[in-house]
Design a protein around this ligand. Structure first.
Ligand code: NAG
Ligand code: NAG
Ligand code: NAG
Ligand code: NAG
Length: 423
């Protein structure tokens, strides 16, 4: 392991670089004005700040404390989140653009539209340039009033983020009705329905469902492996693990924090899990390539496939692979007679771009992200195939995983070094 530590350091660095996709920081932008302190605080509490920071083209319609308090005083956090989501436009509008709308009116999609709760036009906002230079905002749902008006421009980073102040929240039909509390959601039923029956039954039979259910209204994220994931080659035979190990493995798939997609994408530090304890870290890191999020345990990687539920403070995802913690699977279960160190120096063919492109001082950017998520594209990633086939042999898993890690790391360190040289 000692041999790999500089590489692991670089790996951590590269993953941090990959995760740090944000070009702007909404919290910092709004902190400059105390009138927006409440709005700003709720953007953080609902994790919408992460969502904003992880997007490249966005307009934030901000409301001063005086106009926002009516919402925050009388509604629970999920409702406040809905209201805020409707104020985050997935397009770039500045003062000039507001006054140059074709036909003086347009609809813009908002973050609320992406939550899955929105039907029809409920997740869109109508922007209308009224006579006399006044610009009004309202829900795009039929029959809604244009009850909010543009008051001033706050900040622009063209064409990434624009912050505009408006006079009042934009209320769409249904936005103010509170969803059922997370603690009343039937987690088993939800996870089963998402195609993760094996995981659901393991969680039930090992008594973990109670832990999950009681954490659901305090902050909980579950990464449920799909049923296919449990059938994949290389997944350890659970019947050969002790009860305690199975419980740790299951706990490893949950985090005592609310992590919606935007937060996953902006996470830089390793994520601790419910399995984390004094004896073991049981962590993983996150890498991002475009819209694809991948978790890396150090033994294997898993793509985050689908959002099953995002309801503050509970998020549930399905993932493509069972996450294997190094604390349980880094050591070979039966001491391998010959740990095949000889295979280490010849990993070159396993990863296409790495050794050849490594010395190049001016790498084109596309190869690097591909290397960052070796498991992201099952169809064409040679390292994935290599990993799958080798991990079938349980005794060889550790060694082969290290080899693959080295290959990945070589590519990543080349990427890091060349990024440093380029900047
Ligand atoms: C806008 O975002 C892109 C991508 O993150 C970044 O490269 C660019 O520098 C940003 N523009 C400004 C003006 O910050
Ligand atoms: C954004 O700015 C806030 C306040 O300055 C800071 O606490 C936070 O760490 C920053 N977030 C990121 C992702 O840099
Ligand atoms: C926006 O609302 C106004 C007033 O209801 C309406 O006349 C206009 O057609 C709407 N704009 C769009 C693009 O639907
Ligand atoms: C939750 O759903 C599961 C599976 O659909 C069902 O067996 C169980 O009875 C439900 N639990 C509650 C408390 O309704």
């Amino acid at each position: 392991m000692g041999n790999y530590s500089p590489f692991l350091f670089l790996l951590a660095l590269s993953l941090a670089a990959a995760a740090a996709v944000s070009a702007h920081n909404i919290t910092e932008i709004l902190a400059a004005n105390p009138d927006y302190s409440s709005y700003n605080s709720f953007l953080s509490q609902t994790k919408l700040a992460d969502e904003i920071n992880s997007r490249q083209t966005i307009t934030v319609l901000v409301i001063p404390n005086s106009a926002f308090s009516a919402i925050t005083a009388s509604h629970p956090l999920p409702v406040v989140k809905n209201v805020l989501s409707l104020l985050i436009l997935l397009d770039y509008f500045d003062n000039t653009k507001l006054h140059q709308l074709t036909d003086g009116t347009t609809l813009s999609t908002t973050l609320f539209q992406t939550t899955g709760t929105a039907t029809g036009n409920v997740g869109s906002v109508n922007i209308t340039d009224l006579k006399g230079g006044k610009v009004a905002f309202g829900s795009a749902a039929p029959g809604s009033k244009l009850a909010s008006t543009y008051t001033k421009s706050v900040k622009q980073i063209p064409y990434n983020i624009s912050v505009l102040e408006i006079s009042a929240p934009i209320i769409a039909p249904g936005v103010l009705s509170a969803p059922p509390p997370s603690s009343s959601v039937n987690l088993t039923a939800l996870i089963e329905k998402a195609g993760c029956k094996t995981f659901a039954s393991l969680v039930l039979s090992n008594g973990l469902i109670k832990t999950f259910q009681s954490a659901a209204d305090k902050g909980l994220t579950i990464f449920a492996p799909s049923d296919e994931a449990f059938k994949a080659r290389g997944v350890p035979d659970l019947s050969k693990l002790t009860n305690a190990e199975v419980v740790s493995l299951l706990q490893y798939h949950a985090v005592a924090k609310y992590l919606p997609v935007g937060s996953l994408k902006t996470t830089k530090d390793p994520i601790s899990t419910l399995a984390t304890n004094g004896a073991g870290k049981f962590e993983y890191t996150v890498s991002v390539a475009g819209d694809s999020v991948t978790l890396h345990t150090g033994v294997d990687s898993s793509r985050v496939a689908d959002t099953v539920l995002d309801s503050t403070p509970l998020s549930i995802y399905s993932v493509d692979s069972v996450l294997l913690p190094p604390e349980l699977f880094a050591k070979s279960p039966s001491p391998a007679p010959a740990p095949e160190p000889a295979s280490a120096p010849s990993p070159a063919p396993a990863s296409g771009p790495s050794p050849a492109s490594a010395p190049s001082p001016l790498p084109a950017s596309p190869p690097a992200p591909a290397g960052e998520t070796p498991d992201g594209a099952p169809a064409d990633a040679p390292s994935t195939a290599a990993e799958r086939s080798t991990s079938g042999k349980s005794a060889g898993v550790t060694v082969k995983a290290s080899v693959i890690l080295t290959v990945t790391v070589t590519a990543l360190s080349a990427f890091v070094i060349s990024s440093v040289l380029m900047s």
